[in-house]
Design a protein around this ligand. Structure first.
Ligand code: AGP
Length: 564
C-alpha cells in the first residue's frame, strides 16, 4: 500500500502520482480535504491510517463527537498522527475490528455522530473497498471493467455508463467483479441511473475560465428553463407539478436556502408576493434548521439549491418533512438528495455548473421562481394584462443577456479601475437589494475584496460612517418607483467624497449623478434583475482577473457544502 499526499492544487498531487508505478495496484482511494478540524498540511490530508498501518480511510463530512472517541482511544494507548476528526474513524475501526468488515462498520457507526461518507481499504484485502454513508452524498459508478465510488456522479462522467445512489445507513463492499449493499442488515438493490448524452465531460472550449463560460451560457439555459413550460405564442404556461400545487390552496410560503440560492429566494419572494399574492418568508437554511417552525397545511416550504446536496438545506428539509409540512424543491442537479427528498418541484435546468461562484444557477433559479409566481398568480388574482406584460418581457431576457455580454470590454475597463480598492459597498432597494447582496457575494468570493451589501435606505442608519474616498459604492438603480430615492443616496455618498458606480438602464436620464455607470437594455423594471446580475457577475470576474485570483476555485471554498 502506498499513500501519497499533497497540499494545494490537485495538480500538485498529480505530479507525485505520475512519478510512481501504479500498474500493479487494483484499488485506490482519494479525497480533496476541505479543512474542518486541523490546519491545511500533509499530515491532516486524507487518507488516514490506523496505528498498525493495516486500515486506511477517506471521509467526507464531520464526526461531531470525535473528541470523546479520540480521548477514549488515547486512554487505551492509541497514538494519533493528525488533528483531524477523520482519523478517529480508522483508529476506532481497528480498535474494534472483529475480523469482519461489515460487522465492524456497523459497530463504529453506532458510536459516531455527525455526517459521513467513509471509504476504507484493508491491506490484507487490497482488492476491495468498503464503507458507509450518513448525511454525505455517495454514488457507485459502473465502468466497463471497473467500479468507482464518489460523492458526486458528475466526477465520474466519461468513466462510467451508469451509477447507483447510496442511501443513509447503507453499507457497501465492492471488488472489481461484484458489489453488495446492506441496509438494516438486509441486502438491497438500488436503482441504476444512466448518464444523459448531454452530460459529457464539460470542456472549457475557448473560454479561459468556467465562470466566464457559465456567465455566457445564461441566455441558453434560461431558454432551456422555458422549454415545454412556456408557450410565448399562446401566452400559456404548462406544469403538472404546479397544477397540482394550485389545488392545495397555499396561503403562505417559506423559502429555505443558502448563499446564492438564498439570494434567488429573496427575488422569488418579491415575485411570489407581487404576482401570486402569497405572503412569503425567506430564511438562510443554517438558521431555519434551529429555529421554531410554524408548520400547517396551508404553508408551502420551498428548498432551493443548485447542487441539491447542501447539508443545511437538506437537514432543514428533513425536519419539515418529519413534522408533516408541505415541501417543494427548486433544484438544479437531477436526482440529488434534495430533489429526491422533496419528491416534487421544478428543475432549474442550468446544466452542470463547474465554477465555484454560482452564476447560471442563480439566474435560472430566478427564472424558475418567476415562472412559478406567474403560474400560481394566473390561478389567483393576477390581472391578465399584467400577466401578459410580464410574459412578453420574460421572453426577451435571453437576448438582452447576450447584449450585456457584448459589453464585456466596457465592464472590464470599469472593473480594472475598481480592482484597486480594498472595500466596496453594494446598495439596492426593493427587488434590487437581493441583486446587491448577490453582487457583493460574487465579488468577495472570487476577488477576496471586502464588500458589504445594504438596503440603500439603511445607509443613514450607520454604514454611511464608512464612506470616504477609499470606499466606493456600487448602486443598482433601475427604473423602479424607488429610482429618485436612490439618486438622493448617490448624492449623499458623493457629498462624503465616496465614488459611485451606477448600474442603470441605457435610457437613464441622470447618468451624471454617478462617477461611473454600467448600463443595460431595460425590458421591464420587474425583470431587469437578470441583466443587472450579469453585469455584476462580469464585474466581479474582471476584478478577480485583474488581481490574478484563482477564479474557478477560490481559496477556502467548496462547490457543494455537504457538511454543516
Ligand atoms: C455561490 O457562489 C456559492 N458558491 C454558495 O453561496 C452557494 O450558493 C451555497 O453554498 C448554496 O449552494 P447550493 O445552491 O448548491 O445549495
Amino acid at each position: 500500500m502506498q499513500t501519497i499526499k499533497s497540499v494545494g492544487k490537485v495538480g500538485n498531487l498529480k505530479v507525485k502520482v505520475d512519478s510512481i508505478e501504479t500498474a500493479s495496484y487494483h484499488a485506490g482511494i482519494g479525497h480533496t480535504r476541505w479543512a474542518t478540524h486541523g490546519s491545511v498540511n500533509e499530515t491532516n490530508c486524507h487518507p488516514h491510517i490506523s496505528e498498525s498501518g493495516r486500515f486506511v480511510v477517506i471521509h467526507n463530512g464531520i464526526i461531531e463527537n470525535f473528541a470523546e472517541i479520540k480521548k477514549s482511544l488515547i486512554e487505551k494507548g492509541k497514538t494519533f498522527q493528525s488533528e483531524t476528526d477523520t482519523e478517529v474513524t480508522v483508529q476506532l475501526f481497528e480498535d474494534i475490528f472483529d475480523g469482519d468488515h461489515i460487522s465492524t462498520l456497523k459497530k463504529i457507526t453506532k458510536k459516531m455522530h455527525g455526517a459521513y461518507g467513509l471509504v476504507f481499504i484493508d491491506k490484507e484485502h487490497p482488492d476491495r473497498l468498503f464503507g458507509t454513508k450518513k448525511g454525505s452524498p455517495m454514488v457507485i459508478g459502473f465502468g466497463k471493467d471497473e467500479k468507482y465510488i464518489s460523492s458526486d456522479y458528475r466526477a465520474l462522467i466519461g468513466l462510467i455508463d451508469d451509477y447507483i445512489i447510496l442511501e443513509d445507513g447503507d453499507i457497501f463492499m465492492m471488488t472489481p467483479e461484484e458489489y453488495t449493499i446492506l441496509s438494516e442488515d438486509k441486502e438491497v438493490q438500488r436503482d441504476h441511473h444512466g448518464i444523459d448524452e448531454d452530460e459529457l465531460p464539460v470542456e472549457l472550449g475557448d473560454f479561459p475560465h468556467f465562470m466566464l463560460k457559465e456567465i455566457y451560457e445564461q441566455k441558453d439555459v434560461i431558454r432551456e428553463m422555458f422549454r415545454g413550460r412556456i408557450d410565448f405564442e399562446k401566452n400559456t404556461l404548462h406544469s403538472d407539478t404546479l397544477e397540482a400545487l394550485v389545488q392545495e390552496n397555499i396561503e403562505k410560503i417559506t423559502i429555505v436556502a443558502s448563499g446564492t440560492s438564498y439570494h434567488s429566494g429573496l427575488v422569488g419572494k418579491y415575485y411570489l408576493e407581487e404576482f401570486a399574492d402569497i405572503p412569503t418568508d425567506v430564511i438562510v437554511s443554517a438558521e431555519f434548521k434551529y429555529k421554531k417552525k410554524f408548520i400547517d397545511s396551508k404553508t408551502l416550504f420551498i428548498f432551493v439549491s443548485q447542487s441539491g446536496e447542501t447539508a443545511d438545506v437538506l437537514d432543514s428539509l428533513k425536519i419539515v418533512k418529519e413534522q408533516g409540512g408541505k415541501v417543494f424543491g427548486i433544484v438544479n442537479v437531477p436526482g440529488s438528495a434534495i430533489a429526491r427528498t422533496t419528491g416534487r418541484g421544478l428543475y432549474t435546468r442550468a446544466g452542470i455548473e463547474i465554477g465555484v461562484a454560482s452564476t447560471k444557477a442563480f439566474t435560472t433559479q430566478v427564472a424558475t421562481f418567476l415562472f412559478m409566481a406567474l403560474y400560481l398568480g394566473k390561478h389567483r388574482n393576477l390581472d391578465y394584462r399584467k400577466y401578459r406584460e410580464i410574459l412578453e418581457n420574460f421572453r426577451k431576457i435571453p437576448e438582452v443577456l447576450e447584449k450585456v455580454c457584448e459589453q464585456k470590454d466596457t465592464i472590464q475597463g470599469i472593473a480594472k479601475k475598481y480592482s484597486h480598492f480594498e472595500d466596496i459597498f453594494y446598495l439596492g432597494r426593493g427587488l434590487e437589494l437581493p441583486i446587491a447582496l448577490e453582487g457583493s457575494l460574487k465579488l468577495k468570493e472570487i476577488s477576496y475584496i471586502h464588500s458589504e451589501a445594504y438596503a440603500s435606505g439603511e445607509l443613514k442608519h450607520g454604514p454611511i460612517a464608512l464612506i470616504d474616498e477609499k470606499f466606493p459604492t456600487i448602486l443598482i438603480n433601475g427604473d423602479t418607483s424607488l429610482y429618485e430615492k436612490n439618486i438622493s443616496t448617490a448624492e449623499e455618498i458623493k457629498a462624503r467624497k465616496g465614488t459611485v458606480l451606477g448600474i442603470v438602464s441605457e435610457n437613464d436620464t441622470k447618468k451624471s449623478s454617478y462617477d461611473d455607470v454600467l448600463t443595460y437594455p431595460s425590458v421591464h423594471s420587474d425583470l431587469d434583475v437578470f441583466t443587472q446580475t450579469v453585469i455584476l457577475q462580469l464585474f466581479s470576474y474582471f476584478v478577480a482577473l485583474e488581481l490574478d485570483r484563482d477564479i474557478d476555485k477560490p481559496r477556502n471554498l467548496a462547490k457543494s457544502v455537504t457538511v454543516e
